[in-house]
Design a protein around this ligand. Structure first.
Ligand code: GRF
Length: 211
């Protein structure tokens, strides 16, 4: 008997975490909107602060949003528990940290698979000032990394990377904008591949395999 039309394969449910402009989130939303076969959908967007463009993008897309601010909790463990609890409501198959500028805690990471995008070729230049640090060091090539999140600062196993040349006249803004063009494409590709079969993601030591 043919499957009823309503039995379309379910799409991976994504929760996206943002702290800023949310152009990586927008790239995901655009890719999903452009491709009915995209194997994922964003079901909610979370942030650690109010008043950011990332949340406005989510609202424009009529997505559920939530804000969990560190300063509203006695300590980071309580904040992490609250973030975990509200994220659980959306039962994500994958959490995408795209410009989320807080370290996720043990409870959250025990519960969810999280990918993060970082604007440097890790393990070079981890931390919040990766683009500035790469320029200051004088490297001629930098780039971006999509990686699994562990408890460290940008230390989780690498999933995919792409290189970006540094040009003689680059400053932090011009270089970051050029990295972000490549970064958005890389993130969308990784999310598409993981979402196609979340159970196929394997980690052996530091080696990540995705479909
Ligand atoms: C990205 O370059 C991300 O790697 C870094 O912050 C930027 C976020 O950009 N951590 P956006 O908010 O997605 O526009």
């Amino acid at each position: 008997m043919p499957a009823p039309e309503s039995a379309a394969p379910s799409r991976a449910q994504l929760v996206d975490l943002v702290s800023g402009s949310g152009t990586n989130l927008q790239a995901l939303l655009d890719a999903i909107a452009a491709d009915p076969a995209f194997p994922a959908e964003v079901v909610a967007v979370g942030a650690d602060r109010e008043g950011i463009a990332g949340l406005q993008r989510a609202e424009a897309a009529e997505l559920s949003t939530f804000v969990v601010k560190v300063e509203d909790f006695a300590d980071r463990a309580d904040w992490d528990a609250a973030l975990t609890e509200i994220t659980e409501v959306f039962a994500p198959d994958l959490v995408v940290s795209a410009g989320f500028m807080k370290l996720l805690g043990a409870r959250f990471l025990d519960r969810f698979t999280v990918v993060n995008t970082h604007p440097a070729l890790l393990p070079a230049f981890p931390g919040a000032h990766a683009v500035r640090d790469a320029l200051a060091y004088g490297v001629t090539v930098t780039g971006c990394t999509v990686h699994l999140v562990d408890g460290g600062v940008d230390t989780g196993p690498v999933i995919a990377q792409a290189a970006v040349d540094i040009r003689p006249g680059d400053d932090e803004d011009s270089l970051h904008e050029r990295i972000k063009v490549v970064e958005r494409e890389l993130l969308v590709d990784v999310v598409r591949r993981i979402s196609a079969d979340p159970a196929a993601l394997t980690v052996t030591g530091r080696k990540v395999t995705i479909p």
